[in-house]
Design a binder for this molecule. Structure first.
Ligand code: SF4
Ligand code: SF4
Length: 449
């Protein structure tokens, strides 16, 4: 495997990247520590996916397993959001916000801190092992391991109450499941962000492969303006030193040296380019030293480049069929999820007659039917409910749970625990010669108090 040694660079996009990294890392690590009081019976973590109880909590919203639809819709909105941003700004997600990019950036900073600049790192890797090399390598890998552990720890905090998880971790009381997750995620982060780096984007992540489908002639991508840069100075000087007619590119290879993907953007847009803009910073610093206009490499679209070539003023075209379509799809999905959230019921009741004979004749001559009842109380408080038959005179009801009593009654009243699902049977008996209220249909009536 060829190792890439990205050179450090300063500039506008490097600063944006640094700030984005800080904000995203703070968001990632601090979010599980946000508290949100619900009830003494419910967790007080604002965002939590509680696998043992099969609940997801987002501030005031509690999602049950059968409501996975909400999570799917949020993922669909996120996917269309990604398509929208890609169609306008190219691979902005990959370059600035993808967790892998953020961690690789952090790992490269650690490597630079302990092993020095790009040239020092290349020289260090070439030299035979000695004590200084061993110490530098060991320190780098130790800090990488620590960062990988932190990443794994941060991730698991979304699935456990963060303070309790911290407490159990320090006291060595973690169960097998969180311990395995902690180990597995630490190991994979170390391998992916520390050792594989850009190979993950090129060979594992599918996004780079299907991104051309989202781009059009107005999408911004990192572009080398060959019409301005070519022919390159070095190329010409090497071939024919008398020639003076050369472009702005001095063939310094600085844009290649800073690229975390190890590509030469002057070869045109490539699948490996994550659109991080670091080559723009590198080239701009060269151009400013040479007193040349900046922007030999810049974020540009095919149409923008055509206009720039002709010396025309150009603006990014935001409203296009693709962007309108993605925006509409996002709005539709957001409206659906909002409507469902507003109509979300905290009480679910379903009653089905048990399969089998139409009715059972009891020894005293009465007839009986059996029903399967499902009641979910999604509220965080106990609810008292009553079940009764309406439309049939003299019908009596009985449940098969202990707390419902063991006798037939006119009305079956019982408490439903907070945040609980309940499945039980009810038996309804009546005389054979029932009198049915012709006005009303026969129905099992549930009232809540
Ligand atoms: S070519 Fe430029 S924008 Fe693309 S990955 Fe390399 S440095 Fe980033
Ligand atoms: S940094 Fe700019 S001038 Fe140097 S090789 Fe790259 S494009 Fe040419």
């Amino acid at each position: 495997m060829v190792k890439i040694y990205p050179q450090s660079v300063v500039g506008r996009y490097r600063t944006i990247k640094n700030r984005a990294n800080i904000v995203l890392l703070l968001f990632y690590f601090l979010t599980p520590w946000l508290r949100w009081y619900r009830d003494e019976n419910a967790p007080s973590q604002a965002i939590l996916i509680d696998l043992p109880t099969r609940r997801a909590y987002f501030f005031n919203i509690e999602i049950w397993p059968e409501e996975i639809f909400y999570i799917m819709t949020i993922l669909i909105i996120a996917a269309f959001g990604l398509f929208l941003f890609t169609s306008i700004l190219g691979r902005i997600w990959c370059g600035y916000t993808c967790p892998h990019t953020v961690f690789v950036d952090l790992f490269i900073k650690v490597e630079t801190f302990f092993q020095g600049s790009r040239n020092s790192r290349i020289a260090l890797d070439k030299m035979p092992m000695n004590s200084s090399k061993l110490v530098k390598k060991l320190l780098t890998h130790l800090v990488w391991g620590g960062l990988s552990f932190l990443f794994a720890f941060g991730w698991i905090c979304y699935f456990y109450d963060a303070p309790s998880f911290c407490h159990d971790l320090f006291l060595g009381r973690l169960d097998t499941a969180p311990r395995s997750w902690l180990f597995g995620l630490t190991f994979t982060t170390y391998i992916l962000a520390g050792l594989m780096r850009e190979k993950v984007c090129t060979h594992i992540c599918p996004y780079g492969r299907f991104q051309p489908a989202m781009l059009d002639n107005d999408s911004l991508t990192v572009t080398y303006h060959s019409w301005r840069g070519e022919p390159r100075l070095q190329k010409i000087l090497n071939k024919n030193s008398k020639l003076k007619n050369f472009g702005d590119c001095v063939d310094c290879y600085r844009c290649v040296a800073v690229c975390p993907m190890g590509i030469d953007i002057r070869d045109g847009l490539q699948m490996q380019c994550i659109g991080c803009g670091l080559c723009i910073d590198a080239c701009d610093s060269v151009m400013s030293k040479l007193n040349q206009p900046l922007g030999l490499i810049s974020y540009s679209s095919i149409n923008l480049t055509e206009k720039l070539k002709k010396g025309l003023k150009a603006q990014v075209k935001l409203i296009r069929p693709k962007t309108v379509l993605y925006t509409l799809l996002i709005l539709i999905a957001a409206t659906i999820i909002l409507k469902n959230l507003l109509d979300k019921s905290i009480f679910v009741l379903s009653i089905e007659r048990e399969r089998g004979p139409l009715f059972t004749t009891l020894p005293d001559g009465d007839i009986r039917n059996t029903y399967n009842v499902y009641i979910a109380n999604k509220a965080l408080k106990v609810k008292d409910i009553c079940l009764e038959i309406r439309g049939v005179t003299n019908a009596l009801i009985k449940g098969n749970m202990m707390h419902m009593g063991n006798t037939y009654q006119k009305k079956l009243c019982f408490p439903i625990e907070a945040d609980s699902e309940n499945r039980f049977k009810v038996f309804i008996k009546t005389k054979l010669d029932i009198s049915v209220d012709s006005e009303k249909k026969i129905y099992l009536y549930c009232s809540r108090y």
